[in-house]
Design a protein around this ligand. Sequence first.
Ligand SMILES: Cc1cc2nc3c(=O)[nH]c(=O)nc-3n(C[C@H](O)[C@H](O)[C@H](O)COP(=O)(O)O)c2cc1C
Length: 183
Amino acid sequence: MVVCGSLRKKSYNAALARALPALAPDGMAIKPAPAWDKFPVYNNDLEDSAGIPAEAVAWGDAIRSADGVVIVSPEYNWSIPGGLKNAIDWASRMKEVPFKGKPVALQSCARGPLGGARMQYHLRQSLTSIEAFLFGRPEIFVSFSANKFDANTLDLTDQPTIDIVKQQLAGFEKFIRRLNGKA
Ligand SMILES: Cc1cc2nc3c(=O)[nH]c(=O)nc-3n(C[C@H](O)[C@H](O)[C@H](O)COP(=O)(O)O)c2cc1C
């Protein structure tokens, strides 16, 4: 399953997320997670009065039922985009926390030179707090992303990026097998 942290129509992160199924090893199917953009801003009072919104429950359920989750997200102001963090906060309130014990791999695209690295380390920390299992290396930081995708089609065209994404997904597949006792 893949979660994208950007809602922008011409998002590089969404473009990378769309490229993943073709770059995944045999036997690994990657499908998009349900949308998180309609979740209300987390409010403990709202949760107490109305419970967790149905859309957030559906998102959490989809994550729980996946063998593993790839999160592809931009960095906003050196950190996690608010909408994505809000989705994680809602999911963390579910009785069976969807990320608990879940293998998670991170990827980011950014227009700048750091490729979203600071966001990834915040996400790594936040997801560890809810007991996700974060994949280690290789890490995927698509810096200067405007140069790595076709300007019209948004297809991923940069061969070194294609190669390292393939390498990460192959490693992530093994990591999932080990964690799920199928190695
Ligand atoms: C609110 C906001 C904050 C941003 N902050 C950062 C940042 O901290 N680091 C960075 O590398 N790029 C930052 N950017 C630029 C993004 O890298 C760039 O907009 C990128 O294309 C967003 O990803 P997307 O194409 O998937 O939407 C920021 C963009 C926005 C809109």
